[in-house]
Ligand binder design. Structure first.
Ligand SMILES: C[C@H](O)[C@H](O)[C@H]1CNC2=NC(N)=NC(=O)C2=N1
Length: 103
């Protein structure tokens, strides 16, 4: 386990979720499902998220549908638990979402 990354406890997760409307913790993943008017908007957002993920060195599972995109992330290096790294990625995804027409 990476000594600098610890799983968040339930209270820490609840605190951080307040600042991320639409995001939930489902099982051991931080998750949000975005909807779009058009498929290509969702596909373009996947590319943009990939760029952010490479920058952060942290990667979500992205599920591309016709007009929706699922973003689901936890931290593999601590055994698949939710850490501050997951919330960091979620905040970056939120920052670009509106410009992609995600809602
Ligand atoms: C070396 C590289 O940074 C690591 O393997 C990163 C890559 N992306 C990652 N993504 C996620 N979600 N969890 C990790 O522990 C992780 N580790």
């Amino acid at each position: 386990m990476n000594a600098q990354v610890a799983p968040l406890d339930d209270a820490e997760i609840a605190d951080r979720l307040i600042e991320l409307p639409g995001w939930t913790v489902e099982g051991d993943h931080l998750h949000r499902r975005y909807r779009f008017d058009r498929h290509f908007q969702a596909a373009a957002m996947v590319v943009h998220i990939s760029q952010i993920q490479e920058e952060l060195g942290h990667h979500a599972e992205l599920t591309l549908g016709y007009n929706h995109l699922g973003v689901s992330v936890n931290t593999h290096s601590v055994g698949g638990r939710v850490t501050h790294l997951d919330f960091g990625l979620a905040r970056r995804v939120e920052e670009i979402a509106a410009a992609h027409g995600a809602r």
